[in-house]
Design a protein around this ligand. Structure first.
Ligand SMILES: Nc1ncnc2c1ncn2[C@@H]1O[C@H](COP(=O)(O)OP(=O)(O)OP(=O)(O)O)[C@@H](O)[C@H]1O
Ligand SMILES: [Mg+2]
Length: 319
């Protein structure tokens, strides 16, 4: 087995809260999973789940209460590790008066490129994120979408092996999101590993080899998007045209809905044949029978519901 791109080993983070910062609240609780080389990996979770906290820990911007992590086999405290990774923060903050070209040139200086290489690279990456014509505009004149693109260019400029992106699609319109998806695909094709957090589940479903779902600082599941949702119970959807003058049996009628002249019912898989039998008896015309595949969105909403039911921030050792 090759070394995983990212190994997260029991990462835990407590933040001090309150005026005297005496209370500690656990924001990340013993997080453990790994991301393989070359994967596009989605990190999903509702607001406050601990996604940004995890990213900051991996970037060495904050320190864990316990646990550790490795990127390409190197500990996160190893400075060398940072040369091989790219990072798009959640709210990239750049100097307003720099132009996009100056900003990227600044970041490119952290790698050992010659001045000519730097110029070529900066121009190429401005083009790659759709900012070819905006390179000489000051960042304070950029829209949110343009700033996000500048942030992405900054994160991939030095050909990092592993790219971390905290909400790369946030604030982007559908075209912008599509472009970010294309960039992520391209990174994968080049053999790079992409680890990104998102709220946009359809994007995760489309892009990710695997996802991890985090809620309330705890890992809820890791797997391919369809594995994660298949944990849930399936139902069958029957679409039919009812025969006039032949009323449906009460059992079916009570959860039938009308859609433009057709009727839809959802029944548990185990009741399917019984339901079809009843429909035949009242001469309904069956249009389709299909499994109801829960989406990542359904899974997520249920998860959040459960989380809310038992949510009270876990307090640890009052000092
Ligand atoms: N510096 C801090 N001090 C105290 N608490 C913090 C700090 N940073 C984050 N938290 C808390 O830790 C928890 C996790 O926050 P985090 O920003 O990691 O969530 P997130 O999953 O990135 O959420 P979002 O989707 O809103 O970006 C939240 O309850 C948050 O209030
Ligand atoms: Mg966040």
């Amino acid at each position: 087995m090759s070394t995983p791109a990212i190994e997260i080993l029991g990462l835990t983070k407590d933040y001090p809260v309150g005026f005297w910062r005496k209370r500690m609240v656990r924001s990340l609780d013993n997080l453990t999973f790994q991301v393989e080389e070359g994967e596009v990996f989605g990190f999903l979770g509702p607001n406050g789940a601990g996604k940004t906290t995890t990213m900051k820990l991996l970037m060495g911007l904050i320190y864990p209460t316990s646990g550790t992590a490795r990127v390409r086999g190197r500990s996160i405290d190893d400075i060398q590790m940072h040369r091989e990774i790219g990072y798009l923060p959640e709210q990239p903050y750049f100097y307003d008066y720099l132009t996009a070209r100056e900003l990227l040139d600044y970041y490119a200086r952290f790698s050992d490129y010659s001045a000519a290489e730097r110029r070529e690279r900066v121009t190429r990456f401005l083009g790659r994120v759709g900012l070819a014509d905006a390179g000489d505009v000051q960042l304070r004149k950029f829209s949110k979408g343009m700033l996000q693109r500048a942030g992405i260019a900054q994160a991939i400029l030095h050909d990092p092996k592993v790219i971390f992106m905290d909400e790369p699609m946030s604030g982007l319109d559908p075209v912008g999101r599509r472009e970010v998806r294309d960039i992520i695909h391209e990174m994968k094709q080049q053999g790079r590993t992409v680890f990104f957090s998102t709220h946009i589940l359809s994007d995760a479903e489309m892009l990710c080899d695997r996802v991890a779902v985090l809620a309330g600082g705890k890992l809820q599941g890791v797997g391919a998007p369809n594995e994660i949702v298949s944990i849930e119970v399936h139902a069958m959807e029957i679409l039919f045209e009812a025969h006039e003058g032949r009323p449906l049996p009460a059992g079916l009628a009570s959860h039938a809905t009308q859609i433009g002249g057709r009727t839809r019912v959802e029944v548990p898989e185990s009741d399917l044949y019984q339901a079809l039998h009843e429909l035949r008896n009242c001469e309904a015309r069956i249009l389709s029978v299909s499994p109801v595949r829960p989406t990542l969105e359904d899974y997520f909403l249920r998860l959040i519901g459960r989380e809310k039911a038992n949510s009270h921030a876990v307090e640890v050792n009052s000092r």
